[in-house]
Design a protein around this ligand. Structure first.
Ligand code: AN7
Length: 377
């Protein structure tokens, strides 16, 4: 038998780079350690000597990158004695908060926008026992109310304004570098509330810097403080992408009525405004928008050419870099990684509506099935 190895989640894996005490009870669902999938079929289509990878965050326990932040935020909340967490959400944060609250044995309150949340996400929050509060408003309304509630009641906010969320999410950047043995030249990522682009930049920057660290000392029984050497000497340019109908970074101002088929990023007033601009500017990156049609086309491309099924908001990262390769913003020969933030199963309605295959109905007879196969070879 091979030596047993049971992965225990990203806090255990990256404990020396995360603000967690040794004695803290870790709330984990074994999140992280997601696949970095080389998109070799799409590489052949686009050419230009591009090497393209997708960090498929749909493989996390609740099907999105939010779990990376939630393991940290809920671990911290529980360690501080909090008995309830709250968030506003376009869906994925609520599913993740509900799951980690269930795991921890605490209460989760989630505010979701009316009618604009993908079915899978709603199902998750409901079955996981969260108190789901649907507001007659959008994510930005929910975010404003959550901040007001949390200042008056004993509940911990687990939106990405909670700094522990970004600490957990930065580990995706570590995993990319650990997998490649180098930093990518470009990292493409969807931008909604802008927490994730900020977290990746923290992660990429920490791996490229000498950082203070602590560890049990091999020579004495004490805890030693020492400097961790830089893991790599470069950082990627950060390319953020927004939906055209919800693109405050592209417009340079907040948007009052965001609208897009990519409901996950239907956000007009991003909370991590300054951090995201710092990531884009310090890295020499860029921010751009894609239309709903471009987003859905890319979702289909990934599914049809690579067998990778992500939700619409996630596909925007690949759609964006493909366009930036074509128009020369990303140089030939670049090594590009993109975050696919959530699983396609989150939003089955949109997938079915735009899939080209359709369903062929036939009688339950051999001949009819044979004919259907021959006709469609
Ligand atoms: C699939 O769940 O904001 O820029 O409330 O679910 O860090 O906000 C979701 C965001 C991208 C944008 N892709 O990330 C929520 C929520 C997917 C997402 C984003 C979200 P941020």
């Amino acid at each position: 038998m091979n030596k047993p190895y049971h992965y225990q989640g990203l806090i255990e894996r990256y404990r020396d780079r995360l603000p967690v005490a040794d004695s803290t009870r870790i709330i984990s669902l074994c999140e992280g350690d997601t696949a970095l999938i080389r998109l070799s079929n799409i590489e052949k289509i686009i050419g230009h000597g591009i090497e393209l990878y997708a960090k498929f965050e749909g493989q996390n326990p609740t099907g999105s990158f939010k779990d990376r932040g939630m393991t940290m935020a809920v671990t911290q909340a529980v360690s501080e004695g909090s008995e309830a967490i709250i968030c506003a959400s376009t869906g994925n944060t609520s599913a993740s908060a509900a799951a980690y609250a269930a795991r921890a044995g605490i209460r989760a309150f989630v505010l979701i926008p009316e009618g604009k949340i993908a079915l899978g996400k709603l199902a998750q929050a409901m079955i996981e026992g969260a108190c789901v509060i649907q507001i007659k408003g959008n994510f930005d309304d929910g975010m404003r109310i959550v901040k007001e509630v949390a200042s008056a009641a004993p509940v911990t906010i687990v939106n990405s304004i909670n700094p522990y969320r970004l600490q957990g999410q930065k580990t995706a950047a570590f995993e990319i570098i650990d997998a490649l043995g180098r930093a990518p030249d470009v990292h493409g990522i969807p931008v909604g509330n802008a927490g994730n682009i900020s977290a990746y930049w923290v992660g990429f920057s920490e791996y490229a810097a000498v950082t203070p660290a602590t560890a049990a000392c091999a020579y004495c029984d004490d805890v030693c403080h020492y400097e961790k050497a830089a893991v790599v000497d470069t950082r990627p340019r950060m390319f953020g992408y927004q939906a055209a109908g919800a693109a405050p970074f592209v417009l340079g101002k907040m948007v009052d009525d965001p609208e897009t088929v990519a409901t996950a990023i239907r956000i007009g007033r991003p909370q991590s405004w300054d951090l995201a601009w710092a990531a884009i500017n310090e890295s020499g990156g860029a921010i751009a928008s894609l239309t709903d049609e471009e987003i859905l086309q890319t979702q289909r491309l990934l599914a049809e050419k690579e067998g990778v099924f992500c939700e619409p908001a996630s596909a925007i990262s690949i759609g964006g870099v493909l366009r930036d390769i074509e128009n020369g913003n990303i140089p030939e020969g670049s090594l590009i990684t993109c975050t696919l933030t959530g699983h396609g199963l989150k939003d089955p309605d949109t997938a079915i509506q735009q899939s080209r295959g359709g369903v062929i109905e036939v009688p339950a007879e051999l001949d009819a099935v044979k004919r259907a196969i021959v006709d469609n070879l």
